[in-house]
Design a protein around this ligand. Structure first.
Ligand code: NAP
Ligand code: F7E
Length: 335
């Protein structure tokens, strides 16, 4: 039985990847950080099948101890601060988690588990003010936020440790991927959740920032397959993972509201406060290398993704309403 360590197991991707690896017969170690209250909603259905280990990307000793003790065959480093606007509020902390945290983990691996295979969650945000379209593995980076700068560091340190110490370390440069487990602060989930609230009479307005920014949006369940495929290759390398389609935020809004038979123009208000200090205007991934070498391709289309998220939010809100009226007074939590 192979063992995989997932950092960031409580996040969107961590939960999808854990499902995939358990299905493939892995023993899955999920690293969580110690907090006074924990939110493990996304993995509560898997808890019995996971081994939870406590560690933090800020703490070198905890990482070394986990690797020494468990000697995983594969490490998937998904942990980090992932919400771009928060990175302007906490730029130093973002650099610590999302940048230096990668070095801490790689260095622990180099010393105590050098044969382990390593996956780093790099991001299309590194392309930023894009130098070419579509973006591929050779496109130069021009990061536009403290988050993207930290990710660029994490990316290059992974490449550097691969070249310096002959480690099996790969970077997946993943474009935006979403789904019903996406955090409520990200634009896709904010749209589907608020649209569903409006449909049920629970909200009256959706406030958004830049409606014209364009993203290559895919389904998280499809994207975690690519992570696993990268670590099964004979040689470590870096891959762009995207759908090859780009859409504006407004198109996402239109499809979601249309699906609910609502006129989006009646409900959406543009709030300049939600604009970013520096925007990434257009992202479009060229995943030719992943298609050719990994045999990877996405299965869920853009429209199917929007509909899936709207359906899930409607079901969740209806459940919450039902629980509210349940005489036993149970209150459901947002996924
Ligand atoms: P997410 O839902 O925000 O999950 C982030 C995870 O990181 C959570 O489990 C969080 O744990 C954990 N974490 C944060 N700081 C930590 C620390 N100091 N030590 C240990 N764990 C820590 O993000 P996601 O969407 O699953 O994305 C996974 C990774 O891929 C992230 O690195 C993200 O930046 C990157 N990425 C995401 C996308 C995308 O579109 N989703 C695209 C490209 C790259 P808590 O529950 O304790 O907060
Ligand atoms: O913004 C615009 C916003 O926050 C998408 C992370 O997973 O993907 C994600 O980063 C776009 C931006 O995701 C609102 O200005 C308009 O242009 O959903 P987002 P993101 O910044 O693209 C990358 C690949 C990652 O690596 C990150 O970890 O939507 N937008 N109005 C808005 N965005 C938000 N959040 N909220 C709004 O009201």
């Amino acid at each position: 039985m192979r063992t995989a360590l997932i950092t960031g197991i409580t996040g969107q991707d961590g939960s999808h990847l854990a499902e995939l690896l358990l299905h493939k017969g892995y023993r899955v170690l999920g690293m969580i950080r110690h907090t006074s209250t924990t939110s493990q909603n996304r993995i509560k259905h898997l808890r019995d099948q996971l081994t939870i280990v406590e560690g933090d990307l800020l703490d070198q000793t905890s990482l070394t101890r986990i690797l020494e003790l468990h000697q995983p065959d594969e490490i998937y480093n998904l942990a980090g601060m992932s919400f771009v606007p928060a990175s302007w509020q906490q730029p130093v902390l973002t650099a610590e988690f999302t940048g230096l945290g990668v070095t801490r983990l790689l260095d622990a691996m180099r010393h105590v588990a050098p044969k382990t295979r390593f996956y780093q969650a790099s991001s299309s945000e590194m392309f930023g003010k894009v130098r070419e379209t579509p973006q591929r593995e050779t496109t130069p980076f021009h990061p536009r936020s403290p988050y993207a700068v930290a990710k660029a560091y994490g990316h290059y340190i992974t490449v550097n440790y691969r070249e310096s110490y002959d480690l099996f370390a790969c970077c997946g440069i993943l474009f935006n991927h979403e789904g019903p487990r996406r955090g409520l602060e990200f634009v896709t989930r904010k749209i589907t959740h608020t649209a569903a609230q409006i449909k049920l009479g629970l909200a009256e307005e959706l406030r958004l920032g830049n409606l014209q920014s364009k993203r290559d949006w895919g389904f998280a369940g499809d994207f975690v397959r690519a992570m696993w495929l990268m670590l099964q290759q004979p040689k470590a390398d870096d891959y762009v993972i995207g759908t090859g389609e780009t859409h504006t935020v407004q198109e996402f809004v239109e499809i979601a509201f249309d699906y609910l038979d609502l006129d989006w123009k009646r409900y959406v208000a543009v709030d300049p406060q939600l604009y970013r200090p520096a925007e990434v205007d257009l992202l479009l991934g060229d995943a030719t290398k992943a298609r050719t070498i990994l045999g990877w391709q996405p299965e869920v289309t853009f429209r199917e993704l929007v509909h899936m998220m709207v359906d899930a939010d409607l079901a969740l809100l209806r459940q919450q309403l039902q629980n509210k009226h349940d005489p036993r007074g149970k209150v459901a939590k947002v996924a």
